[in-house]
Design a protein. Structure first.
Length: 135
């Protein structure tokens, strides 16, 4: 798990930079899109490279609170991403000042939730990882 975990931590730091430089749209937007794709791809990568049957079924980890918490946080993150992409899209479109201000506020508030939930996804993933076992 160490490789994907370190990679996730690096992408988290890059995400912080992209939040800080949100005004630089040519940096902010592509970086956020890349990180969202990275997060969507991670479950597929882990599914293909880990012995999930042994871990979840044989070791009975499917009944563990940690696994379900991690899964729930991941679903919450993807829901937040969906709303955030929509709000970001509204900011890119030329609309009236009122709609723009609402989208900006929504995008801003969602950003806090995303940073928190994404941190919890990474932390819960780190707690579940078993170095050296391929699990
Ligand atoms: C594909 C997804 C996204 C798109 C298209 C997008 C687009 C934008 C745009 C156009 C702006 C306005 C920049 C300006 O001030 O000129 C913005 C601001 C911002 N974005 Fe995003 N963004 C995306 C994802 C994210 C994510 C995932 C986060 C949080 C982790 C985030 C956090 C922010 C913040 C904090 C601002 C500043 C809002 C404010 O003005 O108060 N964005 N984004």
């Amino acid at each position: 798990m160490a490789g994907p975990l370190y990679l996730a931590l690096v992408t988290y730091l890059i995400m912080l930079l992209a939040v800080y430089w949100h005004r630089v749209r040519r940096f902010h937007v592509p970086v956020m899109i890349t990180i969202i794709i990275f997060d969507l791809g991670m479950p597929f990568y882990l599914f293909l490279t880990r012995n999930w049957y042994k871990r979840l079924i044989v070791n009975n980890d499917i009944m563990s609170f940690g696994v379900w918490m991690h899964f729930g946080l991941l679903i919450a993150l993807f829901v937040l991403y969906t709303i955030q992409v929509n709000a970001g899209w509204q900011l890119l479109k030329k609309t009236d000042a009122n709609t723009l201000e609402n989208s900006r506020r929504e995008h801003h508030n969602l950003a806090r939730g995303i940073l928190l939930v994404r941190a919890l996804v990474i932390i819960s993933g780190a707690l579940l990882s078993e170095p050296g076992t391929g699990a």
